[in-house]
Design a protein around this ligand. Structure first.
Ligand SMILES: [Zn+2]
Length: 656
């Protein structure tokens, strides 16, 4: 007795037996019931998902002798049904043609000649063209005439993986059915049913592995099962199947990604070495890793229970564990790198080196991230602190670049430095067109992509945009060095950079930039000779201080106060929006009532967005100047910086 491969033995014989293509079978059954038979059908979709099977079932249904007209389900026992099922050459009126080998005009001419003759025995003369996209254009043209004016008994069924390669003229004269990949659960279910029928012992993991290997194709899954049976007998385990298809255990994939997460290049290289030594194919491994990462991204985005994950539950657990270790951006970048590695490994020599390189790139890509967060984080901090003035008034890092503005010019009207103090020489960009950190970041990323993740060059490149962003705005209010900054932190010195990290040197300029930016939030305070304004100022600030509105106090302290009759104007370096946020109704009321008390008549306090004019004036006397450091540490901005970057306050210069 000859062995029938499982895919043939269990080929569905009825529409209802077909799994995963309900949308096709339902439509076809309805059409058959209503006797609406087309002359051309196109069945498209991946290999091994039932295109030819459905074409055959449709042929059976059209020609079935169990009724005197086409039936919705073939009987399966009449001569016509049996002949088609057995795929025997004896079928007179159903002709299967492999278009891959019979693609020329002569072949099609003979088809047309056959088509014009009435069916010999059955109702329809049916042509099933497999791989129909392979038919040449000339041959399709010849076929077109027959499709335009078909004899009533002719039905063409074209099965193809590439429907777009079938001429539009043919497609528009046919009904097109697009087949879906068979769902993972459906394949597993079918495999389980077949293994029961075949009296095999197959554990769940093995079934899942077969289904995964099938990749949406029932036929592929069954072919591998065939192989497994012929090599290993009737008991199939996951390990056997894995060995057969050359897969590495998904445990290895998880190990690799964990090593990446731990920044352990060494571990990654060790795993690669082990795989190669054990004789695994580099290509296959990378392909598996691609799928694994894809699934991890899906799990990250859509959660573990999504139908987008067509994998076994064990694999799902792994994928979710890995998804938790990384961000979506991480995983996306990993996938991109791995896909590129797949290309390198597949088409180039020295597979091992390409594999190792690709895996190291993953580790490097992971290391890049903290910097990215830092960059965008720093930007956000600035933005939230002073949306109106963000970036525009940032001071240069004190350490990383020379100061161009003289430390003390009697009248400190902000004088724009003649050139961009630093960064400019590198970028050559005018202050007006400086890139935002985000853009710089984006540019850096795209550069990473283009250069295949050449991180070292990124590292040297990054400071430029940062330095530049920080630097150019100086033009507006070069708030002059520490010594003239009253009451504020002269420098917030970041902790020692960790030399082990690749990006550590980069963090320094950023931290400095941000730190000085804080100081700049409170620009040097000017004095107004008008004593009564000073009195109002001190009283209002003290009153607000008592309520704990530190942001409000800080901005008022650095504001430019003036008084016109019953109106006190305070120009503060904040946007309108920020003023609204900082000064609630209560604060405004308190300010007005305090001012009224001091002036002795009804006085309003207007807080206006703008640039406070910088003038010489002693800072307000404060009650708790003894604990400047403590006060500095209480500044919300400083607090944020300390939390964000672990910065510490070294010196606070009090000029009061
Ligand atoms: Zn029949």
């Amino acid at each position: 007795m000859s062995y029938t491969v499982l895919a043939r033995k269990y080929r569905p014989q009825k529409f209802s037996d077909v799994i995963g293509q309900d949308h096709v079978t339902r439509t076809l059954k309805n059409a058959l019931e209503q006797q609406r038979i087309a002359h051309g059908y196109i069945f498209s979709g991946h290999r091994g998902i039932g295109k030819t099977t459905i074409a055959r079932i449709l042929a059976m249904a059209l020609n079935c002798k169990s009724s005197d007209r086409p039936v919705a389900e073939p009987c399966g026992v009449c001569d016509s049904c049996r002949e088609i099922r057995e795929g025997s050459v004896g079928t007179m009126d159903v002709i299967e043609i492999d278009a891959a080998t019979n693609r020329g005009i002569e072949d099609v001419r003979s088809i047309i000649a056959t088509a014009t003759a009435e069916p010999a025995r059955d109702r329809y003369r049916i042509f099933i063209l497999d791989e129909a996209h392979q038919v040449t254009d000339a041959a399709f043209n010849a076929l077109l005439k027959t499709l335009e004016e078909p004899p009533p008994w002719v039905v063409f069924m074209m099965a193809t993986t590439q429907p777009e390669d079938i001429p539009q003229t043919i497609r528009s004269r046919s009904q097109h059915f697009s087949f879906h990949a068979v769902r993972f659960e459906d394949i597993v279910g079918q495999l389980r049913a077949i293994s029961t029928a075949e009296q095999l012992t197959v554990d769940d993991d093995a079934l899942a592995m077969l289904a995964e290997a099938g990749d949406g194709s029932m036929r592929d899954a069954l072919s591998i099962m065939d192989q497994a049976i012929s090599c290993c007998g009737t008991t199939l385990t996951a390990d056997l199947v894995r060995g057969l298809i050359g897969s590495v255990s998904s445990d290895i994939l998880e190990q690799v990604m964990r090593a990446v997460s731990n920044d352990s290049s060494e571990e990654v290289l060790r795993i690669v070495d082990k795989l190669i030594t054990e004789g695994h194919s580099a290509t296959h491994f990378v392909k598996q890793l691609v799928r694994f990462l894809r699934n991890a991204i899906v799990a990250k985005i859509a959660g573990g229970e999504t139908s987008l994950l067509q994998i076994s539950s064990d694999e799902k657990q792994r994928v979710m564990r890995i998804a938790e270790l990384f961000t979506e951006e991480d995983l996306t970048r990993f996938l991109q790198i791995t896909l590129r590695t797949h290309g390198d490994v597949s088409f180039k020599q020295e597979q091992r080196f390409h594999l190792e390189l690709g895996m190291l790139k993953l580790v490097h890509a992971k290391r890049l991230l903290p910097l990215e967060e830092l960059l965008s984080g720093a930007k956000l901090e600035n933005a939230s602190a002073a949306p109106g003035a963000s970036g525009a008034r940032t001071t240069p890092p004190s350490m990383s670049a020379p100061r161009t503005a003289p430390p003390s010019l009697g009248g400190r009207t902000p004088t724009p430095p003649s050139g961009t103090p630093f960064g400019g020489s590198r970028s050559g960009a005018a202050p007006a067109s400086r890139p935002s950190p985000f853009e710089a970041d984006k540019a850096r990323k795209s550069k990473t992509d283009l250069s295949g993740g050449d991180e070292s060059s990124d590292a040297t490149m990054t400071p430029a945009p940062v330095g530049q962003t920080v630097a150019s705005p100086v033009a507006k209010t070069m708030p002059t060095p520490m010594a003239t900054m009253p009451r504020t932190i002269s420098s917030v010195i970041p902790p020692k950079p960790q030399p082990s990290k690749a990006e550590a040197p980069l963090t320094t300029p950023i931290q400095q930039g941000t730190a000085v930016a804080i100081a700049e939030e409170q620009p040097a305070v000017e004095t107004t000779p008008d004593a009564s304004v000073d009195a109002i100022r001190d009283a209002v600030i003290s009153a607000l201080e008592a309520t704990g509105s530190r942001m409000a106090v800080a901005s008022l302290e650095e504001g430019e106060w003036s008084r016109t009759g019953a109106v006190v104007n305070v120009v503060v370096a904040m946007s309108e929006a920020m003023i609204d946020v900082t000064f609630g109704a209560d604060q405004k009321k308190l300010a007005a009532s305090t001012a009224t008390k001091i002036v002795g008549k009804l006085t309003r306090v207007n807080i206006v967005s703008g640039t406070p004019k910088v003038e010489n004036r002693p800072a307000r006397k404060t009650g708790n100047s003894g604990n400047l450091k403590g006060r500095a540490a209480d500044e919300p901005l400083v607090k944020k910086m300390m939390e964000k970057f672990g910065a510490e306050i070294r010196t606070v210069i009090d000029q009061s």
